[in-house]
Ligand binder design. Structure first.
Ligand code: HEC
Ligand code: HEC
Ligand code: HEC
Ligand code: HEC
Length: 345
């Protein structure tokens, strides 16, 4: 009850925005550490984990909070920041911030699936289905396990960007390269005769087919999420003289940054399509070419976003990546993403 009250009063989100994890349903990183020690150690070195220590104390965060009329001390508890920066758990009904971006930020709140996803008595497919029906973002679905990246890295709050100067997006975000650096934590191996995978102490490489699927599905999910951001934009992008407005940080407004990203993604999808001839990509391009890039088109962008998300699911369901060797030269050029120098206070 208490946690619900605290969350409810902190911020009002619209239906298109990422919702924070419900602290009443999270179990925290410690609960995963028991069986996924190597994963947790890897995660601890990532910016996702480390930001817990530095983000709220930074000058940049204080400035954003101030402009939004929040006290800097509330950053780690206010849902308008927590939903992308932190993980909360409930203790005796009171929510506490216990980590930065953590396991459950990407895999889903785990209280309902933690005891299900590893049940030896079930066949692997059944095990995954049971876990997913209890809210797990299971890696057997690339869409499920990738969609959260875009919900956070494509910022969906116009005033946070236009008014408070928060980044609108992560410059250069691309899922395969951004997963392949400090974020990667593939330690499970299937041993012959075992029904359940077990831990290796070595980081496993991603099979080529999997890399292709992450890369290609990611393009559709990215496009969908950027369109969703455009669907919540209301501020005018141009001034009275018809010139694009620049924010004090020198960037264009929320809507313009996302629309530039949409056009860039459509261009990328067009060139991939020329190599691979994927039906879902040609449908996405048809939707893209019908878009009117102007104000007052929120519905259009929301609908396009939903349709492209469905195409991502269809694409994923139908393909295993084996037929997309044509993009290997592109994938080979991607650089695994590591965060810039460790930030210290
Ligand atoms: C009691 C041990 C145990 C705990 C606790 C546990 N896991 Fe697991 N997890 C496993 C085992 C065993 C597997 C391999 C299951 C299989 O082969 O399908 C696994 C698999 C996974 C997978 C990959 C599924 C696949 O087959 O690709 C993910 C993701 C995962 N766990 C996440 C988590 C997270 C997040 C937590 C904490 C909220 C957690 N686990 C807690 C034992 C555990
Ligand atoms: C929709 C998700 C989202 C929300 C909501 C959000 N952030 Fe962020 N924030 C991010 C992401 C993603 C980054 C990393 C951006 C990048 O890659 O440059 C970030 C980066 C930052 C940075 C570093 C900025 C810089 O210039 O390097 C600060 C500070 C920050 N956020 C503060 C906040 C505060 C304070 C709030 C709440 C008022 C907040 N954020 C809400 C997703 C979000
Ligand atoms: C930034 C998002 C993100 C975070 C944070 C995250 N994961 Fe994952 N996790 C993924 C993705 C994406 C995959 C699928 C990778 C692939 O394609 O094989 C995955 C895969 C896994 C797997 C299966 C790996 C394998 O060997 O096949 C396990 C187990 C797992 N995660 C556990 C965890 C645990 C435990 C934590 C917290 C310490 C965690 N994850 C944090 C996104 C995340
Ligand atoms: C809950 C929100 C959230 C989710 C989900 C999420 N991220 Fe992040 N990610 C962030 C924030 C916030 C930062 C910035 C952290 C900081 O430095 O303060 C970040 C930073 C990163 C960085 C470090 C970038 C740099 O150069 O500093 C990488 C790499 C990254 N994310 C990859 C991913 C991938 C890949 C996924 C999905 C598998 C993902 N993230 C999912 C919020 C999220």
């Amino acid at each position: 009850m208490v946690a619900a009250v605290i969350l409810g009063s902190a911020t009002v989100l619209c239906a298109q925005q990422r919702v924070p994890l419900d602290p009443l349903h999270t179990v925290g990183v410690e609960s995963c550490a028991e069986c996924h020690e190597e994963v947790v150690e890897t995660w601890e070195r990532s910016a996702h984990a480390r930001s817990y220590e530095y983000l709220a104390k930074s000058e940049a965060a204080a400035k954003i909070a101030e402009i939004l009329g929040m006290s800097p001390a509330s950053i780690m508890n206010n849902a308008s920041c927590v939903r992308c920066h932190y993980t909360q758990e409930a203790f005796s009904g009171v929510s506490q911030t216990t980590a930065g971006v953590s396991c459950e930020s990407c895999h889903g709140s785990a209280d309902q699936w933690i005891d299900q996803h590893n049940r030896k008595s079930l066949a692997p497919r059944e095990r995954a289905d049971v876990a997913m029906s209890h809210g797990m973002n299971h890696p057997c679905s690339i869409v499920l396990v990738s969609q959260d990246c875009y919900e956070c890295h494509v910022i969906d709050d116009e005033q946070l960007v236009n008014k408070a100067g928060h980044p609108a997006l992560s410059e250069g975000f691309e899922i395969l390269s951004w997963y392949s650096g400090e974020t990667r934590h593939n330690f499970l191996v299937q041993k012959p005769g075992r029904s359940v995978k077990s831990n290796s102490d070595q980081l496993q490489s991603l099979p080529r087919e999997r890399q292709r699927m992450l890369y290609l599905t990611g393009k559709l999910l990215h496009l969908s999420q950027s369109l969703k951001a455009m669907s919540i934009a209301h501020d005018p992008p141009v001034d009275r003289d018809g010139k694009f407005i620049k924010l004090p940080n020198g960037k264009y407004t929320f809507a313009v940054q996302h629309s530039i990203q949409v056009r860039k993604l459509l261009d990328e999808i067009r060139s991939l399509q020329a190599i691979l001839g994927i039906p879902e990509f040609s449908k996405a391009l048809a939707i893209g070419s019908g878009l009117i890039f102007s104000t007052g088109q929120q519905r259009q962008f929301a609908e396009a976003s939903d349709r492209i998300r469905s195409l991502a699911r269809e694409f994923c369901d139908k393909n295993d990546g084996s037929q997309f060797a044509g993009i290997d030269p592109i994938i080979a050029k991607l650089k695994p993403r590591f965060s810039s120098a460790v930030v210290t206070n």
